[in-house]
Write a protein that binds this ligand. Structure first.
Ligand code: ATP
Ligand code: MG
Length: 366
């Protein structure tokens, strides 16, 4: 640990519901892991989502976006809640998140599905299938059928109504997500599975061609291809065969939710959204959980693990990332559980106490 001192600016967007509780824990964890690795953080907290709506009338104030854009990384809690669900104005809190992603230009969404050995019983799969699952879905986030044109409603020649969408990918969009995926696989176990429907769809045929071409830049990564229908099946049959999966927007939307169910622990799942240049956005996959907000019941570990992804994929600080992940494992090993992951014989703790236990484990790695 003789590395040169480094300083990073982090924009914190606590958001709504349990967001502020879990982000507060993750901030302390970042500080602790940072100080043991020669890293100093400057944190700035900005409003986003429902609280920003109440404060400024918009879910993503200009100052929040400009602060985020000039930061080194952005850590977000969660957005939304009952209070704004029947918002008569068309600006919903969730719009803030879409604007933030667009503003930061993040086109790659990374979602790991890790079955922690201590929580294997939470899995929806049989124990021997779930045990040891540790995979990452890299989803293209800004292209494909959700954005492709033409789209809309029309009438066919018989006067019946039709709805239509278009799957469009440009070569550069595939190349850049492929680079992120190969880099990710390289930081993991060196295996990348590209998922497409190249037997039927032209956009997928181009996808497969471009990904295969990019592979020559990464001779250390083993590339395979799989059709999406088979991938959906294989994720349930034998998820351990996967390391890193890369796929388009719509397939990734579906497969990443499917993969998260393998773990069965929504309070444990982080995510990262990365662009070409500029800061990445790191957030838990769970929502604002208004049913438990303000009660010190939230599981902060998804956000703590998002902070670890921030270090690894946002700042290239592998040692500090590992330190946080090890601390989470040790805290689980010691039997500490928030309500969402509790089972008999374990120690039930609140959000703050869980955070303190993680800090204690980090300190013990000095
Ligand atoms: P979104 O806001 O993305 O639409 P949602 O409202 O469907 O999500 P969540 O807000 O994630 O769902 O909550 C779903 C359930 O999971 C709730 O009962 C909530 O209390 C629980 N939950 C979510 N995150 C956590 C967490 N970090 N700790 C404990 N329980 C959680
Ligand atoms: Mg919600």
């Amino acid at each position: 640990a003789t590395a040169k001192a480094r300083t990073y600016n982090i924009t914190l967007l606590p958001g709504d519901g349990i967001g502020p509780e879990v982000v507060s824990v993750a901030k302390d964890v970042l500080d602790a892991a940072g100080s043991l690795n020669g890293i100093t953080f400057n944190f700035e907290e900005m409003p986003v989502g429902g609280n920003a709506l109440d404060l400024t009338g918009v879910p993503l104030p200009d100052e929040t976006l400009s602060n985020a854009k000039k930061s080194d990384a952005v850590l977000l809690g969660a957005i939304g809640g009952y209070k704004w669900d029947n918002n008569e104005k068309h600006l919903k809190p969730e719009t803030g998140l879409l604007q933030l992603r667009a503003g930061l230009g993040v086109f790659a969404n990374l979602r790991p599905a890790t079955v922690f050995p201590q929580l294997v019983d939470s899995s929806t799969l049989k124990k021997d299938v779930a045990e040891g699952v540790d995979l990452m879905v890299v989803r293209e986030l800004t292209g494909g059928i959700y954005f492709g044109k033409p789209r809309g409603f029309d009438q066919d020649e018989n006067g019946d109504e039709i709805g239509f969408n278009t799957e469009v990918y440009a070569g550069y969009e595939i190349d850049r997500i492929a680079h992120v995926a190969f880099e990710t696989a390289r930081k993991r176990r060196g295996k990348l599975c590209s998922v497409d429907k190249a037997n039927v769809l032209e956009a997928s045929m181009l996808w497969r061609k471009r990904v295969t071409k990019i592979a020559s830049d990464y001779p250390d990564v083993e590339l395979s291809h799989m059709y999406v229908d088979n991938a959906a099946m294989q994720l349930i049959r034998d998820p351990k065969q996967f390391d890193t999966i890369v796929t388009n927007n719509i397939f990734g939307d579906i497969l990443s939710d499917e993969a998260s169910m393998i773990t069965g622990s929504i309070g444990m799942l982080p995510s990262a959204s990365l662009g070409e240049l500029g800061p990445g956005l790191f957030e838990p996959i769970h929502g604002s959980a208004p049913d438990i907000a303000g009660q010190d019941k939230a599981n902060p570990l998804a956000t703590v693990l998002s902070a670890a992804m921030l270090l690894r994929y946002g700042l290239g600080e592998e040692d500090a990332a590992k330190m946080i992940e090890n601390a989470v494992l040790e805290t689980l090993n010691k039997g500490f559980r928030t309500g969402d992951i509790f089972s008999s014989g374990m120690k039930l703790v609140g959000c703050e106490e869980m955070g303190e236990q993680v800090l204690r484990s980090i300190d013990s790695q000095k």
